[in-house]
Design a binder for this molecule. Structure first.
Ligand code: DQA
Length: 145
């Protein structure tokens, strides 16, 4: 099984960015935890990050035929991007939406997720562990396919 972990804008700044929301661990720490979990699960993982909406659309399109599942934290584009929703609908790769913070308890504009309807599940507010839970969910979904 091959998983793609895709991170949106500003997540490269984890560790220094709004630590009260996102903690003090860095993006590299996150990648290390994801790789370790992939090894434990026996799955292949590719981790990518972009600050650009169009690049994220390209990466979702290019995932078709390559990856069996996507863990997606679209960051701010969660709340704005019909293009990401359409890309997910086009490729139909099982996707889990992840947010480090609990977006349900934050500003009203963060209550909207355009991508959610194309995702099999959403994990929010579990910190970095949410990425690992999303991987577990994709594995479980894959084994039932
Ligand atoms: C986020 C939540 C979004 O609202 C925000 O724009 C982010 C990160 C999260 O992981 O909690 O950049 O997706």
């Amino acid at each position: 099984m091959k998983l793609l972990v895709l991170n949106g804008p500003n997540l490269n700044l984890l560790g220094s960015r709004e630590p009260e929301q996102y903690g003090t661990e860095t993006y590299e720490d996150l990648c290390r935890q994801i790789r370790r979990h992939a090894d434990a699960l026996g799955v292949e993982v590719t981790i990518l990050q972009s600050n650009h909406e169009g690049t994220l659309v390209d990466l979702i399109q290019e995932a078709l035929g390559v990856y069996d599942g996507i863990v997606l934290n679209p960051a701010a584009y969660t709340h704005t991007s019909v293009a990401l929703l359409d890309a997910l609908k086009a490729v139909r790769i099982p996707t889990v939406e992840v947010h480090i913070s609990d977006v349900t308890k934050r500003e009203a504009f963060r209550q909207v997720s355009y991508v959610r309807e194309a995702c099999i599940a959403t994990v929010a507010g579990h910190g970095f562990r949410g990425y690992l839970e999303a991987m577990d969910l994709l594995l479980a979904a894959g084994s039932h396919a």
